[in-house]
Write a protein that binds this ligand. Structure first.
Ligand code: PEP
Ligand code: MG
Length: 756
């Protein structure tokens, strides 16, 4: 074994010398292919590079006609070289011309060679070219020779990635590494982001490729592997809630891979061939990624990601730096590209430098996406391949409207998006100009425009958007982005911060609405439910776990000392729940006053209207509360029996329809009759056309995402509300089932020059 691998070791040493020499790029390549041919006792060695137009161009050769360099070309998938590039797998043949894919290129003069060995030039799983050796005799290339050529190909990949070959490329032609790619994902958060890639977990760049002593290097590798295994075992043995469920399954897969004989054998072999342990990890990983890239089985692709993570851990182990030591300075226009990341990690980045977020995983309701939305970051999720296709510093466009990501965009694409960004900025300027204007309709009717919030990062928006207050503060978000239950002090601190930021504007805090799709991984009490939206959630859960509610109420009462406190209960189904919650609140008030705490000057208690059963007890409800707020997201889902997260159904039923608007009107009328304020705080309030419908049926207070305040206010200021109310009354009284309210509203907007 030693003797066989002496060959590649000598070759790698020679390559290292050549890389260090001051040579012109073409001369360097020529010498490299000559050296490989000599070392491998082959008559031919050729290097083909993949261009962005999917053509493989001959860049250097020893043995073939030198005049064919930069002229001989094959398409991806064409001939043996094209087949290797397309499949990302080596090809070893003793009679090349018998292979069905063989294509004869007369300019090369290769007909006299029979045996053929070609390997892909890979980097991070992407094919950058093909390296070939050929012999006149019909010979079989041994396994170790294939390995050796793959190792050399890895060195060439680094040369390409470092831009060494750019000077050899004819004007107008680009190498595949720099190719523009457009990737399709799902739009998670609207907006357009233009900037430069920051890989959240930067691919570790292995610069030290060649080892001095393979025995010593093998020992280093073994040591790193054992500590990697130990750290995984350690995590698995901890009874830590952070490692339960999904996390546990992933760790178990890691443990299996870390002990995978094939993986370890390939690593050892690469080290014996002369690579450092780090370079060996990268090589094996790159081969594996290239092979698995072509698999369509989602399970196997997921396993590939696990292997990637594991390889990165091993590299960190070997290089001795944590992720912080490796993170680079964040540019002024950073677009974070990550496989997945925690919400708190996003907040670690300097917010003013972030322009967008691209995730390979993630769901619209995941915590990271909630936070990205809160800070107004254009986000596209489910973008498969984003991490391996990008390099730190690549230009990138994130289109949070269409769910597209353009990597290294062509100038015309970039220009089109820059124009879109300018257009949006102009619109924003118009909205900012409206900020100080009172929110009053054209015919003089005041309308309260409030914002929804849930995290401290939302607070600056209160002043920036010109909102009249916070109509819905979703307190569960603090719980969702935390790793364990937030302590009472942390809750109190946040609530105090919110009230300070509001400086007298009203804030409505909703008690925790956890359960359903808002899952806390550390919350042990929850069990699997068939229908979580209809399950043990929100007020149901907190009444069963009064300790949780009591802690929160106490934190709120303390934070609001000397000010008004507005509390709202989520998912109320029957009025008795309000009475029971009120008892808990009263008890806390008594407790705090006994200890002479500074209490709120006034306490108002309200409920969300999200569960249809409340619609048949509106009069009683209004007597039991100080105010109500309609949660149109949940109310619509329950009234129409359509899961609010099911994209297949998302356009099927329209909330701007006769029955749903009649129902919403009934609620606002019940509030008027009882003299109790009614607000609506679901997504309906945030779109100008539906906000207009709400005003037309009697709502005078609505709460929405901060970014919607500008567009909605622009509509309000132009709206002849009296006229609209008449139109809506007529439309809703119409007993013809076919009344198209949306069309009716659009026509009204057009008639009155309302643009949205
Ligand atoms: C709603 O259901 O409309 C609502 C505002 O609450 P959430 O979206 O937090 O469920
Ligand atoms: Mg709700």
């Amino acid at each position: 074994m030693r003797e066989i691998s002496a060959g590649p070791r000598v070759l790698l040493r020679r390559l290292r010398e050549m890389l260090a020499e001051a040579l012109e790029p073409q001369e360097r390549l020529d010498r490299i292919v000559r050296e490989i041919a000599q070392n491998m006792v082959a008559e031919v060695c050729s290097l083909y590079i993949l261009r962005s137009d999917s053509v493989l161009e001959l860049y250097a050769t020893e043995g073939l006609n030198p005049n064919a360099v930069h002229l001989a070309q094959l398409r991806l998938g064409q001939g043996l070289v094209g087949t290797i590039a397309a499949s990302a797998r080596p090809l070893s043949l003793s009679e090349a011309q018998e292979h069905p894919a063989f294509t004869y290129l007369p300019e090369t003069g290769e007909e006299i060679y029979h045996s053929f060995l070609g390997v892909p030039v890979l980097r991070a799983g992407r094919t950058l070219g093909v390296l070939v050796v050929q012999n006149r005799t019909k010979r079989h290339y041994r396994e170790d020779e294939v390995e050796a050529l793959e190792t050399v190909a890895m060195v060439i990949a680094e040369m390409i990635a470092m831009g060494d070959l750019a000077r050899l490329t004819r004007p107008g032609i680009e190498l595949d590494l720099r190719r523009s790619v457009s990737l399709k994902g799902l739009a998670f958060n609207e907006g357009i982001g233009l900037g430069h890639v920051v890989l959240h977990e930067p691919r570790i760049v292995v610069t030290n490729l060649f080892n001095e002593d393979s025995d010593q290097e093998t020992e280093r590798l073994e040591a790193a592997l054992s500590s990697l295994r130990l750290s995984i075992d350690d995590m698995l043995s901890r009874r830590d809630v952070a490692f339960e469920g999904e996390h546990r399954a992933v760790l178990e897969a890691y443990r299996m891979f870390a002990n995978d004989r094939g993986w370890v054998r390939r690593l050892e072999e690469a080290v014996r061939n002369g690579l450092t342990a780090e370079a060996a990890v990268e090589k094996v990983q790159s081969d594996m990624r290239a092979r698995m890239m072509h698999m369509t089985d989602p399970y196997l692709r997921e396993r590939m990601s696990d292997f990637d993570d594991l390889a990165n851990r091993l590299l960190r182990q070997l290089m001795g730096g944590g992720p912080d030591a490796l993170s680079e300075a964040v540019p002024k226009d950073a677009v974070i590209v990550a496989r997945s990341m925690g919400a708190a990690e996003l907040l670690d980045y300097p917010r003013e430098r972030l322009r967008g977020l691209v995730l390979e995983d993630g769901a619209p309701t995941s915590h990271i996406v909630i936070v990205a939305r809160a800070i107004g970051l254009p986000t596209v999720g489910e973008v498969k391949g984003a991490v391996s296709m990008s390099e730190n510093g690549d230009a990138i466009v994130v289109d949070g409207e269409d769910g597209q990501v353009h990597l290294r965009p062509q100038p015309d694409i970039e220009a089109a998006y820059a124009e879109k960004v300018r257009f949006r900025a102009r619109r924003q300027q118009h909205y900012r100009a409206l900020r100080e204007k009172p929110s009053v309709t054209k015919d003089g009717i005041p309308v309260d425009l409030l914002m929804n919030a849930g995290l401290a990062v939302d607070l600056p928006q209160l002043a920036q958007s010109g909102a009249a207050g916070i109509g819905l503060f979703r307190t569960e978000l603090q719980f969702m982005v935390a790793l364990t239950f937030p302590r009472a002090e942390a809750q109190e601190r946040l609530y105090r911060e919110v009230l300070d930021a509001a400086s007298g504007k009203p804030v409505t805090f909703r008690t925790v609405d956890i359960g359903g799709d808002k899952v806390l991984p550390y919350f042990k009490g929850a069990q699997h439910e068939e229908n979580p939206a209809l399950g043990w959630r929100a007020i149901r859960l907190t009444l069963d776990r009064p300790g949780l509610l009591r802690t929160q109420i106490r934190a709120l009462l303390k934070a609001a000392g000397g000010r008004e406190l507005r509390l709202m209960l989520p998912m109320v189904t029957e009025i008795d729940e309000v009475h029971r919650a009120r008892e808990i609140i009263d008890r806390e008030v008594r407790h705090l006053s006994r200890f002479a705490h500074h209490l709120p000057t006034r306490l108002k208690l309200g409920t969300m209207i999200e569960v249809p059963s409340l619609l048949w007890q509106l009069d009683e409800l209004m007597q039991a509360v100080d105010f109500v707020s309609v949660g149109s997201n949940d109310l619509f889902q329950f009234v129409t029996a359509t899961d609010r997260g099911n994209t297949r159904l998302s356009d099927r039923f329209d909330p701007l329809s006769v029955p749903f608007l009649r129902l919403l009107r009934q609620i606002v009328q019940a509030g008027q009759a009882a003299n109790k304020p009614v607000t609506l705080c679901g997504e309906l309030a945030g779109r100008p056309i539906s906000a207009m419908a709400l005003l037309g049926i009697g709502y005078r207070s609505i709460s929405m995402a901060a970014a919607s305040i500008g567009p909605v206010k622009a509509m309000v200021c132009e709206l002849p509300l009296g006229e609209l109310t008449e139109r809506m009354d007529k439309a809703l009284a119409n007993h013809g089932a076919k009344t198209d309210i949306r069309a009716e509203l659009t026509a009204f907007a057009k008639e009155h020059g309302l643009s949205f």
